[in-house]
Design a protein around this ligand. Structure first.
Ligand SMILES: [Ca+2]
Ligand SMILES: [Ca+2]
Ligand SMILES: [Ca+2]
Length: 314
């Protein structure tokens, strides 16, 4: 598949780390490096926890939790990259966090937006923005938008393979009903918990070059092993397991060029009565119809045999 060469203008981003109020950050457990930070975004019925640094040693950070109406929908979602054709993929946080800001952008008082940059502005660096939009409490809907920017400030052409990996467990259930990539660019996952049907969909603004759907450990193993990994382009569908999906964008960035893509992860729910419930409703409907029929018949009889005048038969 031909690679895209991205020719863009230079980006003059902020160059200094902006301190973030302690109230908006949750320090990671003591076993992790003191620098490791989790950011909590909140909006209406939703709460997202993003481990922006990972546990250290080049291990991945990631979107680790997405509560909707109090139920976690997400196991892990994050970004990896590889430069050139050899060597392993590394998570974007391995570039080192160089700037971050968490902010409130709407009427809901919760902090709903994270902007974070990894890497030096003098080299290849990645900026990610996450914006959470929750539905009303109990609505069963939530949306997380993500914008990713990769900027090449190295002065050299750089071949970049960029990966997004997502393992959703909708409705808090690790057994996923169905995952597929439709149209080459839309990740689509369905789960069912009791009578609630969960649906997650994401379509990036720039279509990926390769995709993959697999059991949850398979793609992640490729992104964390020691060698180069290329997604298989298997789009599914896969059914009934703990499933995951990934996108891969392949590009050559000219000096000063950048790649930007955006996407929304949208979760929605539908209440689907179980067959027994439907049967109950059907039988209930039959019972009601019979009752009404009987009542009409009874009323008709009373009309026929009721008093001829001056009284009330019932
Ligand atoms: Ca807000
Ligand atoms: Ca690999
Ligand atoms: Ca899963």
């Amino acid at each position: 598949m031909a690679r895209k060469t991205w020719l863009g203008v230079g980006w003059a981003g902020p160059t200094a780390f902006l301190p973030v109020a302690a109230a908006i950050l949750c320090l990671a457990p003591a076993v992790q490096p003191a620098r490791a930070v989790s950011v909590v975004l909140q909006d209406s019925n939703s709460l997202v926890t993003i481990d922006v640094d990972g546990p250290g040693g080049g291990a991945a950070g990631g979107v680790r939790e997405w509560l909707m109406d109090g139920v976690n929908q997400n196991k892990l979602e994050w970004f990896w990259y590889r430069l050139g054709e050899g060597g392993p993929e590394v998570p974007i946080n391995a570039l080192g966090r160089s700037w971050m800001k968490v902010s409130d952008t709407n009427e809901d008082p919760g902090l709903d937006t994270l902007s974070v940059r990894y890497g030096s502005t003098a080299g290849l660096h990645v900026e990610a923005q996450f914006n959470l939009m929750g539905g009303e409490p109990g609505s069963g809907t939530s949306d997380l938008s993500e914008v990713i920017k990769i900027h090449n400030a190295t002065g050299q052409y750089v071949t970049v393979h960029f990966f997004e990996y997502a393992d959703f467990d909708l409705g808090g259930n690790p057994q996923d009903l169905e995952v597929r990539i439709t149209g080459g660019n839309t990740a689509w996952q369905r789960d069912k918990v009791s009578i609630t049907d969960y649906l997650m969909a994401e379509t990036p603004a720039i279509s990926p070059d390769l995709v993959e759907v697999s059991a949850t450990g398979s793609i992640l193993a490729g992104l964390t092993d020691g060698g180069p990994t290329t997604l298989s382009n298997f789009a599914g569908p896969l059914y009934n397991g703990d499933l995951a999906w990934a996108f891969e964008w392949d590009m050559v960035l000219a000096p000063g060029a950048e790649f930007i893509t955006s996407k929304n992860k949208n979760i929605s729910t539908t209440i689907v009565p179980e067959p027994l419930t439907l049967a109950g409703m059907f039988l209930g409907g039959l019972g009601l119809a019979g009752y009404l029929r009987k009542r009409r018949t009874s009323a008709a009889r009373r009309c026929i045999h009721g008093p001829s005048a001056g009284g009330v038969a019932w």
